[in-house]
Design a protein. Sequence first.
Length: 179
Amino acid sequence: MPPLQHEIGKKRPFEEPAQELFLAIMRTAAVLEADGAQMFRNAELSGATYNVLRILRGATIGQDAPGEVTCGHIARHLVSPVPDVTRLIDRLEKAGLAERKRSSSDRRVVYVRVTAAGLKLLAELDEQVLAMHRRQFAHLSKAEMVQLIGLLEKAREQVTGGAAGQVEEEADAPRAARR
């Protein structure tokens, strides 16, 4: 593969390695995401709606006891934050993959949970997604993957001050787990 400078048609070399690194990360993320886009389209999902379903599945406490989380919880746990979580949940609800319910104690609070159909779809996608990731990174050793993960965590920590994903308030816990 040609260097990023040539791949994106940049005439002059990058002024700083930090600039090239940032663009290389962005380009790599776009290429990897595009690789999985068709798989999600075939399931009538986007990457973001798939991420929401996985968050909802993570809140599930058992086969017959789906946990419920708020839209705020979902927004804080998305891999790639989006401005309108409500719209994503609307799509999932329309497809029968998630359902909402208002809190009986505070009508302003809306809980969301995954449906049986949502869990079934996730189960169908699990192996496909894992196979895609294995294929995408087959050229890297396990040690290289671990090293890259650590470097990317270090980069995020520099920007977020180490706070990203570290605080899990009691209010964020799945509702059924708090009973």
